[in-house]
Write a protein that binds this ligand. Structure first.
Ligand SMILES: Nc1ncnc2c1ncn2[C@@H]1O[C@H](COP(=O)(O)OP(=O)(O)OP(=O)(O)O)[C@@H](O)[C@H]1O
Length: 247
């Protein structure tokens, strides 16, 4: 079967202010694959996801982002979302005056709001302003609710497990598996994901096909998620840079 390249990042260098964050960054994600991203604080993981989503505060110094065979490097966030890119942010803002159930309808007028809220055990939040006064774990579920409404082809999650309790992490893991079609046979899957996680807790509840270690704004090691986590625990991120994994 032919493998379809969903996302291809080619030799991407990105700065914010005077700081270069991503350096000659390369990554390819095929349709149906879910990748985990590890790396120390400040190494550029969030920057990578923000740049793929199209947040405009960054300067692209060189390189290209190709999504569904289109060069999206300079496309607006809206256009990227319409093309099928969705993201759950690490610290999304509260939106005063917009109820969560109305945001779901804006995201997708055809969305089955009731069943999405039920799936995330979030019915009680439907009438509340988006993320306003939500606890850290509730914000994560609110982000998942929005992604379930959007059903993106590439779902990007920035630390979906941080601050989430043991029961809700299972709900979030189930939702990620649904979004990335892990209930289907691998050859039938078309949806893909990128998940940033520090400790890998979410990986006990969802399936990732591949993982990468980022260091200094580039990928230094790639391979099986479980094996890479073990390697990081054993020899640290720097140890991964010198390991035998395929970079
Ligand atoms: N507005 C800004 N001005 C200057 N530097 C910035 C700005 N925003 C981000 N940075 C820097 O860019 C670098 C990469 O940040 P980024 O948030 O991508 O890292 P990260 O790998 O996601 O870290 P963490 O694991 O802590 O979330 C950091 O050193 C950060 O301080």
């Amino acid at each position: 079967m032919e493998v379809m390249r969903l996302l291809e990042i080619e030799d991407l260098s990105v700065s914010i202010g005077s700081k270069q964050v991503l350096k000659n960054f390369n990554l390819r994600i095929n349709s149906g694959e879910t990748h985990a991203l590890f790396g120390p604080n400040g190494t550029g993981k969030t920057t990578l996801l923000n740049v793929i989503a199209g947040i405009p505060r960054y300067t692209i110094d060189k390189g290209r982002i190709i999504f569904k065979e289109k060069d999206i490097t300079h496309m607006s966030m809206d256009e990227r979302a319409r093309l099928g890119i969705g993201m759950a942010f690490q610290r999304p803002p509260a939106i005063r005056g917009l109820r969560l159930k109305d945001l779901i309808t804006i995201i997708n007028p055809q969305a089955d709001t009731e069943s999405i809220l039920k799936k995330m055990d979030f019915e009680a939040f439907a009438e509340r302003d988006v993320n306003r006064g939500f606890s850290g774990g509730e914000v994560k579920r609110s982000e998942m609710v929005q992604l379930l409404a959007q059903q993106p082809d590439l779902v990007m999650l920035d630390e979906p497990d941080s601050g989430v309790d043991l029961e809700n992490i299972k709900l979030i893991g189930d939702a990620i598996n649904q979004l990335t079609q892990k209930d289907q046979r691998p050859s039938y899957r078309t949806k893909s994901g990128i998940i940033i996680t520090h400790f890998g807790h979410i990986l006990d509840y969802m399936k990732a096909d591949r993982a990468h270690v980022m260091l200094g704004g580039a990928i230094v090691c790639s391979g099986n998620p479980g094996e890479i986590l073990e390697q990081i625990k054993k020899s640290g991120y720097e140890g991964c840079a010198g390991c035998a994994c395929q970079a």
